[in-house]
Design a protein around this ligand. Sequence first.
Ligand code: PLP
Length: 452
Amino acid sequence: MTSHQALRRRQAPTAAGPAGTTTAGSGQLAIFGGAPAVTAPRQHTAWPVVTDADRAAVLAALDGPLVSDTDGGTPVSALERRWAQRCGTEYCVATSNGTTALSLCLAALEIGPGDEVIVPALSFIASGLAPLHQMAVPVFADVDPVYFNIDPAAVAAAITPYTAAIMPVHLHGQPADMDAIGAIARAHGLAVIEDAAQAQGACYHGQPAGSLGDMAAFSLQVSKNLPTCGEGGLITTSDTGLADRARRSRQFGEVIEPGAERDYVSHHLGWNAKLSSVQAAFTLSQLDRFDDYTARRNAAVAAFLGRLTALPGLTVPTAAPGTSHAWHILRFRLDPAAAGLDGVSPARFRDVLRRLLRAEGVPVSRYQLMPLPDQRVFTERDGFGRGYPWAAGDPRDSAGCPVARAIIDDSLTIQKRHLNPAAHDTLQQYADGFEKVWRHLDVAGQLAGAQR
Ligand SMILES: Cc1ncc(COP(=O)(O)O)c(C=O)c1O
């Protein structure tokens, strides 16, 4: 029997809930037939928000040059200029998606066969795949339990003579501990590539994400805080040579000079990783509203999290001192013992809360079901005919990443729904849902098999 079947069976006896629990009245849990806490219309949490201005921008792009070569006059060039300016970097290179942005950063830094790249054990799969795309080997370092980002001590412990770069991820929009990472990188002569896919607009001691390492990669994938209408990516750097190399790598290794005829000479290894004009036009239009959306999100998220801090056994996300969080994903850690439920495992507590909260209309979900080193691609090494680069070094996780494992076991997230600038009232209803479920922790305990 699966855990879901077991839960269904446990709740089966009556529509009013398990025997001996108080679920009647207006506060009755929705899973037992009560009115759900969340009644707000779904459009208040739709993402991305597409306006007539976005539609007009896309239509105008269709009437302009459709080639993606950045000749200085296309929406792609305009987006690159504006994003570099926002990030306080000299250059921005637009790419087909965030994964290619990461890969081209590594390529520009000439990281390749024989090199190791230290990445966090908790991230989206692309952070681990990008080094492999360059035939380098990802080495996984554990994360910190509060901000979920790569732990500088684990980075230091993972360094070998083959380490070429550190790739901190600003996970969920929280900038990583860049001072500590920068110090380690300088001490060992390593490159730093920010995976800022989830962190558009985040700041670290007043400096924008994207300006904190040698190079940075952003994703414009449709769920991101600054989206395109599909897939896209942005690289930022202030190094002329790295920007040039990334730009050439994006276009078959060719040099594209604004105003000059294309000569079709490939100077070094390259790919076709360009961003389309239409996608750039959409993002440019979104960028006009980015600051307004960010301010409204910050206020709505602060009001939402402020209501949840009092709930026992629930740790709400916070921004690290000196940073501004982009609040791309909200991750909540759950502690059954602190909630008064002894003998319940964090994973069981999480699963029960997930069912109860979702029934109330609070769309909590899991984000990442395993640490990166447990992903089959790394354990089975299926790729490149299982030969090089796997043979050169293990994608390894020498310390077992216990913190990443604990976080994955004991947390739930809210994704996307809080990004809409009109989400404030819905988030307040999510808080109602959390508070309601917390008033019924005895039910959660019974469903989870707590010892009483
Ligand atoms: C942390 C992180 N890195 C890289 C990527 C890859 O970006 P893309 O999906 O645009 O390729 C993502 C996408 O979600 C991400 O979350």
